[in-house]
Structures are given as C-alpha cells and as structure tokens.
Design a protein around this ligand. Structure first.
Ligand code: PNS
Length: 170
C-alpha cells in the first residue's frame, strides 16, 4: 500500500452538527442519522448562548438529543460556546454539517459557511438537504404551535412532545 493510501485509510472523519436544537425536531433527527452515515464520528453540538432566550436549558436539549439517538454508536452529544470554528479546532473536526430546508435557508447558511471558511479554512461546511416532509419544520414554529395549543406530534420525537407538555405544566 502506498503512503498516500495508508494515510487515507487511517484518516477518520470527525463532523460537527451544530445548532440551537430548542427543541430537537424530526428534521434535525433525520439529519443526524444521515450525517452519522457519512462521518466516522458525528458530534451534535448544542450552542450555549446566554444572549438567546431559549425554552429548554442546554442540559435539557442535550438530554433529549442523547435519548433520541441512543444506540447510534458514532454519535456524541456535546455543547459549545464561542466560535464554532474554535470548537471545531478543539475537537479536531474537519467537517461542519448543516441542513438546508428551503431556498430561504441558503442565504444565511452561505454567509455562515463563508465566514467560517475565512476564519478556519481547514473546516469544510457541507450541506444536507432536509427530507421533503421536514422541509417546513422549524423549532421556532414548533414552539409557537405548541404554545397556542396545537399538536406538534408529527414534527418532533415523542420524547420532545412529552417534555414540551411538562414545560407547559411547570
Ligand atoms: O440552529 P441554529 O440556531 O440555526 O444554529 C446556529 C449556529 C449555532 C450554527 C450558529 O449560530 C453558530 O455557529 N454560532 C456560534 C458562533 C459563531 O461561530 N459565529 C460565527 C459564524 S456565523
């Protein structure tokens, strides 16, 4: 085997799927499972952003993700603050995965990807297209529907529905 081929076979792809995940949706979950097939290790990283008013704490969001991906060996759930590229450097991740639902996502995602590339060229952003049936699902809409008494059961994993109900009661 050539040195180049050896290097390639020894290479392990660590990818980060960052987001707010407030809360995790079926669209996020589908993306996690698909991205986990492409990377050797996938780190789902919840942004710890004190400036953004969130419904669930970072710990609650991480737990919901952890329980929803249980059994998927190469997926790890973590949180981060500060710049995504600095976190990627710390975790030695070469890839950032983001989902695109509709063309309206593209502009902001392109901007983030280009900024991140300027800040750290070693990190490549790759985009996965959301499955059609999840292309209109967003955490923001789910919170709105739920707070107005709507049924979000088809948009989020059952565990998340349950946690939303508990939040409302508390
Ligand atoms: O789920 P979201 O809210 O669309 O995720 C946005 C996220 C967390 C990917 C983005 O806000 C982010 O990377 N924040 C970390 C701060 C950072 O690195 N900013 C510079 C790149 S725009």
């Amino acid at each position: 085997m050539s040195a180049h081929a050896k290097n390639l076979s020894a290479r392990s792809v660590v990818a980060i799927y960052p987001g707010s995940f407030d809360p995790l949706t079926n669209g996020h979950l589908d993306l996690i499972f698909r991205a986990a097939k492409l990377a050797d290790r996938l780190i789902v990283a919840v942004l710890n952003n004190s400036q953004k008013q969130a419904l669930f704490t970072v710990a609650e969001r991480m737990e919901m993700i952890r329980l929803s991906v249980e059994g998927t060996e190469n997926v790890e759930v973590d949180s981060f603050d500060g710049l995504l590229v600095d976190y990627a450097a710390r975790r030695q991740a070469a890839v950032v995965v983001r989902g695109i639902r509709a063309i309206s996502d593209y502009e902001i995602e392109l901007q983030m990807a280009l900024i991140n590339r300027r800040l750290r060229p070693e990190t490549e952003t790759i985009f996965l297209m959301a499955r059609e049936e999840f292309s209109y699902v967003s955490s923001r809409m789910i919170k709105e529907i739920f707070s107005l008494g709507g049924d979000v059961g088809s948009f989020v994993p059952p565990l998340v529905s349950e946690r939303l109900r508990e939040k409302l009661q508390s």
